[in-house]
Write a protein that binds this ligand. Sequence first.
Ligand code: MG
Length: 156
Amino acid sequence: MRIGHGYDVHRLTENRPLVLGGVTIPSEYGLLGHSDADVLTHAVMDALLGAAGLPDIGQQFPDRDPAYAGISSLLLLARVMELIKSAGYAVVNVDATVLAQKPRLAPHIPAMKDALASVLGTRAVNVKATTEEGLGFTGQGLGIAAHAVALLEERT
Ligand code: MG
């Protein structure tokens, strides 16, 4: 078994959709980025790549490459899953936490878990959300951060 960790941050801005875990969430502000800026899915991908000992998403999907402009991060996650399988691993479980002051994410967590599970090929995916009590850049509503850990096992 191998464990991996992923962490990502994206800035909040006007006139962008808020996509977390593949789910578009009604919000006054969205996340800025080259892809759909799905910070949760990005953290999950880096956790998976980290566990497999593979280069991170910045190297897999460079933000200078127009092929990835506005792309759904769930499509990138599907490519990461191909890399993980090619490297000889299967997902045991994934656990993630989103750090956001607003909007309230709890009502959307089941949909995020479903969307991630459909690409990961396992129901063993957990998503949690917390505020940071008004502290720091997430607390001030400047951005959203996400942490994820993934456990892989060698495929038999
Ligand atoms: Mg990112």
